[in-house]
Design a binder for this molecule. Structure first.
Ligand SMILES: Nc1nc2c(ncn2[C@@H]2O[C@H](COP(=O)(O)OP(=O)(O)O)[C@@H](O)[C@H]2O)c(=O)[nH]1
Ligand SMILES: Nc1ncnc2c1ncn2[C@@H]1O[C@H](COP(=O)(O)OP(=O)(O)O)[C@@H](O)[C@H]1O
Length: 230
């Protein structure tokens, strides 16, 4: 799907001004962030989105109940199981999975619209969803896995969030080892010790990936015009 999206993003060339048609056309990319629960995906995603207005969050649908402070349509679209089944059966989800007994899925339309407008899209999804995107959009995918510095830190973070019961925290800790076993399926690994350090590394990954030659759809004509002028 994403491979069919029209790439229209531009980044600065010397002398380029925002809104100018002289930027280099670039295909949007799909940046996936996965980790065991509590390692810091949500925190890191929010920080990245606040820094960079060329990337948009993919807001998932879920049957999980909202946590205190979570906003419908911003953190997730909170829906019931029949509504989820309808979206899935009608092909409106790009990927979907069951995590901790709840259903989660990525609405297709918003992602396709963002990519075709030349924007990058950030996904906070698990390894199952990442595998599905790998099947359908491998060329556009950049996969980052976040690890906690230690098991004790992970548990402390899950508890510090103070939004889940002891039972839910226990369940998430017991799944963490399985989640982590999928780290080999990702392109980049961040050990999220210091959030500022993780953020600067994530920004560096994004900057480098935006410069990948295969994403620069306007490159051939730019180089041709350079050569013509030589
Ligand atoms: N496959 C898939 N996983 C998702 C989606 N949305 C969230 N997840 C994952 O579901 C897991 C649980 O998410 P959540 O309930 O928000 O808990 P948290 O990650 O501990 O904050 C995390 O691993 C998320 O990355 C989605 O649309 N698709
Ligand atoms: N680098 C970090 N150092 C200390 N605490 C962190 C760090 N990153 C995230 N946290 C805290 O850990 C808890 C879980 O983070 P969160 O972003 O909700 O994780 P996830 O989305 O992966 O489940 C939150 O209370 C958050 O403030």
């Amino acid at each position: 799907m994403a491979n069919a999206a029209a790439p229209t993003s531009h980044f600065a060339l010397p002398g380029w001004k925002p809104g100018s048609k002289s930027g280099l056309a670039r295909r949007g990319l799909m940046l996936v962030l996965s980790s065991p629960s509590g390692a810091g995906k949500t925190t890191l995603s929010r920080r990245l989105l606040a820094l960079d207005d060329r990337i948009t969050m993919s807001v998932s649908v879920t049957t999980r109940p909202p946590r205190p402070g979570e906003v419908d349509g911003k953190d997730y679209f909170f829906i019931d199981a029949p509504a989820f089944g309808k979206l899935r059966d009608e092909g409106d989800l790009l990927e979907h999975a069951t995590v901790f007994g709840n259903l989660y899925g990525t609405p297709r339309r918003a992602v396709e619209d963002a990519l075709s407008a030349g924007r990058d899209v950030l996904f906070d999804i698990d390894w199952q969803g990442t595998q599905q995107l790998d099947q359908s959009a491998q060329q556009d995918l950049v996969k980052v896995f976040l690890l906690p510095p230690s098991a004790a830190d992970l548990e402390a973070r899950l508890r510090s969030r103070a939004q889940d019961s002891d039972e839910v925290v226990r369940q998430r800790m017991s799944k963490a080892s399985d989640e982590i076993s999928h780290f080999t399926e990702y392109d980049y690994i961040l050990i999220n010790q210091d959030i500022e350090d993780s953020l600067s590394k994530l920004v560096a990954i994004l900057q480098a990936e935006r410069l990948k030659r295969r994403r620069l759809t306007g490159l051939a004509s730019f180089v041709q015009s350079l050569r013509d002028a030589l």
